[in-house]
Design a protein around this ligand. Structure first.
Ligand code: MG
Length: 250
């Protein structure tokens, strides 16, 4: 297992409370507020270009009808990914993974890259994303963690870049998944915060994994999780949680 040292506070989809999620402006806000890591989602366009995106449908964050998996990059790159969030963000582009990695390297922050395939596209999404990582993320750069709900994505990441740590994401945390973590040589376990039990948290920590929770926007909930041994909370509002908890050094 390649270990990972997670920060206490990590920005979710950038700093999704104050800028449109999964955009370069959102990534800049993370660095600007003093957070040292960002979580972002990567999905493929219809012609297999990895871009930052969360939903299957284009509707919520671009206002367009259609599915990301059925839209070419040439169309996607001209979509407005900021207008839905507020007039100040109008014209914000929907970024490619390649452009995003360039910015993150420049900012020098850590990246938790969630591979987020649309239905039936898990393997190819991981392959194309790892191709971009291989070309644009040198060894010895800032920390990069590859995470996914999909075990096949983690297996592809393991085969392509065994030097990078991996994290398994789950909505239903359970100590029974420790075997899965071991099988994929994961470094971290990322849990839906409302379903993480103290007993499970203790078992995960005793087995030597880093433990993260999402999406935690409330300071008292973050404190409850830290008290259970959680290492990292992934939050839409890193600025606010950093004011309460501060950041551990990268
Ligand atoms: Mg995500």
């Amino acid at each position: 297992m390649v270990p990972v040292e997670l920060p206490r506070i990590m920005g979710h989809r950038g700093a999704a409370a104050e800028a449109p999620e999964n955009t370069l402006t959102s990534v800049r806000r993370v660095a600007d507020c003093g957070a040292t890591w960002v979580e972002l989602d990567v999905m493929l366009t219809g012609d297999d270009v990895p871009v930052l995106f969360h939903d299957d449908s284009l509707k919520r964050t671009t206002g367009q009808a259609g599915l990301m998996a059925e839209t070419t990059f040439d169309v996607v790159r001209h979509l407005d990914a900021g207008r839905w969030f507020g007039p100040a963000f109008e014209g914000e582009p929907l970024p490619s993974l390649e452009d995003t990695l360039a910015l993150i390297r420049e900012l020098g922050i850590g990246l938790n890259l969630e591979i987020k395939p649309s239905k039936g596209r898990a393997r190819v999404t991981a392959e194309r994303a790892m191709d971009i990582v291989a070309r644009h993320w040198p060894q010895g750069g800032p920390p990069l963690l590859v995470s996914s709900f999909e075990t096949v994505c983690l297996a592809v990441a393991q085969a392509r870049r065994p030097d990078l740590p991996r994290g398994l994401i789950t909505l239903w945390p359970s100590a029974q998944q420790l075997q899965l973590l071991a099988g994929l040589a994961c470094a971290s376990y990322h849990c839906y915060h409302k379903r993480l039990r103290a007993k499970t948290a203790a078992a995960v920590k005793a087995a030597g994994y880093a433990l993260a929770c999402f999406t935690v926007n409330d300071a008292s909930e973050a404190q409850r999780l830290f008290d259970m041994g959680v290492d990292c909370v992934i939050t839409d509002d890193p600025r606010r949680l950093l004011q309460t908890f501060g950041q551990n050094p990268l």
